[in-house]
Design a binder for this molecule. Sequence first.
Ligand SMILES: [Ca+2]
Ligand SMILES: [Ca+2]
Ligand SMILES: [Ca+2]
Length: 189
Amino acid sequence: MATWVAPNDNGWYNPGSQQYQYGLNGDDELAPTNDNKSYILYGGSGNDELYGQSYDDDLYGGNNADYLVGDYGNDNLFGGLGQDTFVFDTTLNKNKNVDYIGDFQSGSGGDLIQLSKSIFKGAGDKNTFLKSNKFEEGKNATSSKTKILYNEDKAALYYTKKGDEGNKVLFATLQPGVKLDNDDFYIIA
Ligand SMILES: [Ca+2]
Ligand SMILES: [Ca+2]
Ligand SMILES: [Ca+2]
């Protein structure tokens, strides 16, 4: 296996096609540019930014506040300790683009799920938290306003374009038992 370790603490790295990439204790940015395989990225300690590509990637933020972008594919995302951010900004596909977040911490001081308004149409304005009337917990949406539906029994997250009248599209699953609320979600451009 090809393994790459950051040459210095802190900094932006472009190790290209190395499949395994390890940040060190500083703030690392791991952003493979070759979109031809699955990547396994470890941020280590520090506030790291990890960017997957189109295949099924594994991203591990490690300690501190990390920013995880799986991109397309069925990615496995682990923020580790700290207030981590998980970004969803690629075209939804219930078979080929469903990420698993393995350690989400809900609520104040916890982690955040960022949703691109260009994908999650109608979810709200950019740079705002998801409004409570656009979020619902349950098996199916009961309101036409609902955009984000969370089935707590399955720890499954869906986007539903037209709420109770629309089809729901699975886009993420989380570790079993986790509860979510509307302010766990933040809308981005
Ligand atoms: Ca690091
Ligand atoms: Ca990916
Ligand atoms: Ca972390």
